[in-house]
Write a protein that binds this ligand. Structure first.
Ligand code: FES
Ligand SMILES: [Fe+2]
Length: 377
């Protein structure tokens, strides 16, 4: 499926499931070798694949101002993504062209990048602007020593970075917009977790676990195993309805507003989740560090209609804190536990069933992309 259902269609589908005690089903069962979460060779192939895909890097809103940058490792490569004087976003390999010191770390805003080692200075467009005591380098042509640039695309409110020649299938062209211009970042955090990046992604891709895992956090507001699951391109959207969606039964179809009645979990292949919640939207990047470690980069954004007033902002924060302190903690604990359990040797494969349709799509897509990138098991 390439078109996502409209909100009205989602509401009807959810009502159908409530009335019939059903949920969306995939038509395939998938068996994934446990070794694929542990193997260094497979991990290296996944990174290699990521370097050849447009990887969602951060929300555009995280680098809204001229000079705003995010510097972090992506698919094993230290990168800087920055908005230039011309408001164009550029990406560079994060290393000085003199002797390679990294120029910046984390998030910030600057007029230029000045290396902390000997003070070589680069403009926001990457050009080498200044070498202190330049007479020490009579042979150097400054035009050849700008920062090493990497391909970047800004689309639908997200910045994508492609490090190497792309394995292109035009996937970005058909990607629906994820954020509107008016949405702003009100919180950004990053933290390390002891699990494989794929286990993190899988946690967001089904509602089969809601009752057992989130018995006191999400389940009282939601349903047991009741979801709409749409695969689109390499990605998926999983709809988690709230019980209060019932309020829309009496509302004429044309007047129904789905906001606050469902959570949309958009899983962007390979390693990003964008969850549209009642009063905020969360974007989480699961950056692989090793087969056993993932660096999470999370952004929380306002929802459309939030005017940034202190009242609207505190409602968004309340929503974000509830999710972060309850459901997210439960998911992270489960994911860490799965990773630790890999060592038990109990399973040679994990089996993903008909309720885990989005996970099956994820693994099929991953296998397909790995083989296109030349990796065979
Ligand atoms: S390494 Fe950057 S100025 Fe020398
Ligand atoms: Fe969960």
């Amino acid at each position: 499926m390439d078109r996502l259902l409209s909100d009205a269609e989602i509401i009807e589908r959810v009502f159908h499931h409530i009335d019939n005690n059903t949920t969306d089903l995939g038509d395939e069962v998938w068996r994934e070798p446990v070794q694929n979460y542990r193997c260094e060779k497979r991990f290296a192939a996944e990174l290699q694949m990521m370097r050849r895909l447009p990887m969602p890097f951060c929300p555009s809103a995280a680098i809204r101002d001229v000079g705003a940058y995010v510097a972090r490792i992506s698919a094993g490569t230290p990168l800087i993504v920055v908005r230039g004087q011309d408001r164009v976003v550029r990406a560079f390999r994060n290393a000085c062209r003199h002797r390679g010191r990294q120029l910046v770390e984390g998030n910030g805003c600057t007029r230029s990048f000045v290396c902390g080692y000997h003070g070589w200075a680069y403009r926001l467009d990457g050009k080498l602007a200044k070498i202190p005591h330049e007479e020490g380098f009579p042979q150097i042509d400054k035009r050849e020593l700008g920062l090493a640039e990497v391909a970047v695309t800004e689309k639908g409110g997200i910045v994508f970075v492609t490090q190497e020649d792309e394995i292109s299938d035009g996937a970005l062209d058909s990607l629906p917009d994820m954020f509107l211009e008016e949405q702003f970042v009100f919180d950004a955090k990053d933290y390390l977790q002891p699990f494989n990046w794929k286990l993190n992604q899988e946690a967001a891709m089904e509602g089969y676990h809601i009752k057992a895992t989130h018995s006191e956090s999400f389940y009282p507001y939601g349903f047991d195993n009741l979801n709409v699951v749409e695969n689109f391109g390499r990605n998926s959207r999983i709809t988690f309805p709230f019980r209060r969606i019932e309020e829309l039964r009496d509302v004429p179809e044309s007047d129904r507003d789905i906001s606050g009645k469902v959570t949309y979990a958009n899983v962007l292949f390979p390693n990003v989740l964008i969850a549209v919640l009642s009063r905020h939207t969360a974007m989480a990047v699961a950056e692989p560090v090793s087969p056993f470690e993932t660096h999470m980069y999370t952004y929380r954004l306002s929802n459309p209609g939030n005017d940034g007033s202190s009242e609207a902002l505190s409602e968004a924060r309340y929503d974000a804190d509830f999710v972060a302190e309850t459901g997210l903690m439960e998911d992270l604990a489960t994911t860490r536990s799965i990773q630790a359990g890999l060592d038990s040797g109990a399973n040679t494969h994990f089996t993903y069933g008909h309720f885990e349709k989005a996970i099956v799509h994820f693994h099929k897509t991953l296998a397909d992309q790995l083989s296109r990138a030349g990796f065979a098991d």
